[in-house]
Design a protein around this ligand. Sequence first.
Ligand code: SF4
Length: 356
Amino acid sequence: MGNFSDVSKILIGWYEIHQRVLPWRNTDDPYKIWISEVILQQTRVVQGLDYYKRFIGRFPDIDALAAADEQEVLKYWQGLGYYSRARNLHEAARYLKQLHGGKFPADYKTIRSLKGVGDYTAAAIVSFAYNMPYPVVDGNVLRFLSRLFAIDDPIDLPKGKAFFTALAGDIMDELRPGLFNQAIMEFGALQCTPSSPACGQCPFLSVCLAYATDKVSDYPVKIKKLQVGNRYLYYFHIHYQDYVYLKKREGKGIWQNLYEFPMIESEFAMTFEELIRHKNFRELFPSADISKFKLVIQDKKHTLTHLTLYADFFEVTINEESESLLKVRKIRQNAVDEFPTHRLMQLYWETITKKT
Ligand code: SF4
């Protein structure tokens, strides 16, 4: 393979032989392409086919869809799930009827702004209907490209997505963008499949980097798979006289510069018995009466990109401050609202203020 244009030629050549015959492929009507793409957003081709035919049979154009009752539109969608797709189609059709005289727009920006239309769907419509050079980047495309070039950028992060979109744009056959887009998606769907790609009969076999390094199943890389796992946070809402304690999160980690109660972080879930034996606990509460700890919130789950957090919140009143607490900022309880806090702290705060 000499360069990117070879990739494009091979894909189109493969597509001309192997493509499935699908009704939305024989048309350049943007309305029909739009409907088919929205159906296929969360539905497999085999299941979507009948729905597409029935939907187009009843609502053949923007005028028909815009004039219909929402209830009827939903009826035609029944069984497909994700009903907001049908509602968005209907709303967008009414918008196009009112503001564009029922004519489907012919520019990417306007199409992208329609309800329920994201980057992928907009690129599919303009490339299939108007042959505009916008790369479509769906799961099939991401999988194929990440394997062919052994790209480690996670596909589920915006940066990774942007990288793959640019790469697909570089490879794209500029004269035949619509055909190229169909070809690359179909290739991922039929040949370079998720669990059993047909590498033995693949036209890219001799140049595929994932295949050469025996790492086909490692691609595409997803950040979710890279998750370091769970973290367990044990927060202490400590009352001392009229005060409570808040600590600012330092460093580059999550919630940088936000305030929170003193806490103990662990890679493992701890029972209360384990918690009180923890070194940091003993430093925070060297002489505390254990029976005074009240568990206010348990196992509050908070999901971040890399990590799932589970937080427990304890409330306790102490009679004397430990050395460790002397290093923490002490503020009046009614001043807590003045400090920026993170989501978990806010949830806790909402819980206790509701109770009081
Ligand atoms: S050789 Fe296998 S992994 Fe590589 S592009 Fe072909 S089907 Fe996909």
